[in-house]
Design a binder for this molecule. Sequence first.
Ligand code: ATR
Length: 277
Amino acid sequence: MRKWYAVIGDPIEHSMSPLMHNAWMAEESRDASYIPIHVQPENLEQAVASLKLLGCSGWNITIPHKEKIIPYLDELDESARKMGAVNTVVRQPNGTYKGYNTDGLGFVRSLEDEIGDSHRDKQVLIIGAGGAARGIAFALVATGYRHITIANRTVSKAQAICDELDITAKAISLTEAAEQLSGFEILVQTTSAGLNHSAFALPIAMDRLSSTAIVADIVYNPLMTPFLIEAKKKGATVITGLGMFIHQGALAYSYWTDTYPKAKVVRHLLLEHLGGK
Ligand code: ATR
């Protein structure tokens, strides 16, 4: 029987996941398809019941359902349990549904695609302490990164994440981060400040950024956020959020099919899509 997969969210029309997953499925000649489904918050429980009833093999979840879906799933993977959020659901061989979160590991795969795996002893600064920052911090530690500092507007939220990590990590303010910036070798921007195109959209002052720093943003639309533009001006190596988007999807795809798809098969398609908007 033809397998089908989906992404649910509200709104959903801008999601690039169908383009990406259908391209991978076509590349591997799989008898499968992936569709976007608009699910409003008040319909989430019924929507999940319908997906199960109709035999969906797995689906992705985007804003605003990543936390709210948890009670409707049968089981959670450790990644989703630690984050309290699910972005991927997988139908198990016994017909039950298990939730995963591939966002954090997706970021680490994207980072190491660009810089390799020989930088795990470097000083990492994560800017922001929301759900995305939490997933990335856990995944960095699980991968072997040992020196992590989290800077946030609300320092107590950064401290809460540090307290949950298996290593000793430091929580600091955005002002402290700006002052100490030259000491960080890998920076990860996770706040929503980059979504705002205004001149005030930088989460921290970048004057002290080292020209040898590796600077990543999780936002991919726009590809070059104000943060990355500023980092590039300082000579840093920049990594856009597109790689994280691709790898969170690739991990989901690998849980569904047991095959890790090639990032490069979809990168140009997604760049074309983003450029054409
Ligand atoms: P996500 O799940 O995408 O990580 P979130 O949980 O809403 O989103 O977290 C948003 C992050 O962006 C938080 O770290 C937030 O800081 P606070 O914890 O102090 O609220 C940060 N943020 C949002 N707008 C910001 C701004 N203009 N400047 C600095 N930080 C900002």
